[in-house]
Design a protein around this ligand. Structure first.
Ligand SMILES: [Zn+2]
Length: 343
């Protein structure tokens, strides 16, 4: 959707006339696309102590060739504008002649809140040009940081400027030179000039860059530390989880299998399966006993052979969790064996 208001032209600089209690801080010629009519929008500011009740301006209009198009009057009424207060933004000055492009302003009359008045003044003239923050180049961000240190609520709009009889605050307000601090935002003129000094801003910007680099390095270290902590917590949680699962698994599937061999001689050759199905074989002194952990369902097997007493098969016994295991016996005169599935 198209914007309702289109800016046709800005008005020249802050405008003021000698002895005027108000200044035209800024303004613009706008086109209202909805009404198909041009208007002036002005922001005025009270630059002296007495509160204002009403201000009437005379506006001389000129076309693009500087040909006079006559004069209009515009009133700003029902004001309660104390020292430093702005007004006029929300009071459009509708123009009947749509070709007007040049304007001259006169303060026709001013009514103060105490009832006193001021008569016709001379033409208001530009006191100078507003200097944009961009004039500071790369230092404008540092200028904004310095202003924020003085007052975090103030957003710099323009560069602090000496207009001779007036001075422009960075907040956009225009003040009389007798005012040491801005009537609108409270920032001092001298302190603004001091921090707008490019040499000062350069030094401060360098310090700021160093601080940022230090902060970035510190943040990176903290993040690294946190990341390492996370990895270790993850590993610890994983190990704990595996241990717990293993514990649960073992509780469900783990068996304690004990092999007993009693051979007639003092030694016998014994072959049995260990935990993971490994076949273990060796000569043992009898009576011999070996306990190994096994999984439920794994193959249990034990064979004993007494070489010294070949005709007397050794006695065998297997228990699973202290309960007798009745595997399939396989006895001969030479050896004895039992095998089956771990219950
Ligand atoms: Zn200010």
């Amino acid at each position: 959707m198209a914007e309702r208001y289109k800016k046709l032209a800005p008005l020249e600089g802050p405008q003021w006339s000698e002895g005027s209690p108000v200044v035209i801080e800024k303004g613009a010629l706008l086109r209202d696309g909805s009404r198909n009519q041009n208007l002036l929008q002005l922001r005025l500011r009270n630059t002296q102590d007495k509160p204002l009740k009403a201000v009437v301006l005379d506006v001389d209009m000129f076309d693009v060739t500087s040909h006079s198009l006559g004069r209009i009057h515009c009133s700003f009424l029902d004001l309660e504008a104390g020292k430093g207060a702005s007004f006029g933004d929300d009071t459009p000055i509708w123009l009947d002649d749509q070709t007007a492009r040049g304007f001259r302003f006169f303060v026709s009359s001013v009514v103060f809140s105490d009832g006193s008045t001021l008569g016709e003044g001379s033409e208001m003239e530009s006191v100078g040009e507003t200097v944009e923050l961009a004039a500071l180049g790369d230092l404008q961000d540092q200028f904004a940081r310095e202003i924020a240190l003085l007052n975090a609520k103030v957003v710099p709009q323009v560069l602090t400027t000496n207009y001779g009889p007036l001075w422009g605050c960075t907040c956009g307000a225009v003040n009389g030179t007798s005012e040491p601090a801005c009537a609108s935002c409270g920032l001092g003129y001298e302190q603004q000039l001091a921090i707008a000094d490019p040499a000062y801003l350069e030094t401060q910007a360098a310090t700021y860059r160093d601080q940022q680099a230090e902060l970035a390095s510190h943040t990176a270290q903290v993040q690294k530390r946190e990341a390492r902590k996370k990895v270790w917590s993850f590993i610890a949680a994983g190990v704990l989880g595996v241990a717990l699962l293993g514990g649960v698994w073992y509780a469900a599937m783990g068996r304690s299998v004990t092999y007993y061999v009693d051979a007639p001689s003092s030694s016998a050759l014994v072959t049995y399966t260990s935990t993971f199905g490994r076949v273990v074989q060796g000569k043992v002194s009898t009576p011999w006993k070996q306990t190994v952990p096994m999984w439920k369902g794994s193959f249990i097997s034990i064979t004993a052979d007494d070489a010294e007493k070949p005709r007397q098969a050794p006695a065998l016994r297997v228990t699973v969790d202290d309960t007798e295991f009745y595997g399939l016996p396989n006895e001969s005169e030479v050896f004895t064996s039992i095998y089956g599935t771990c219950p």
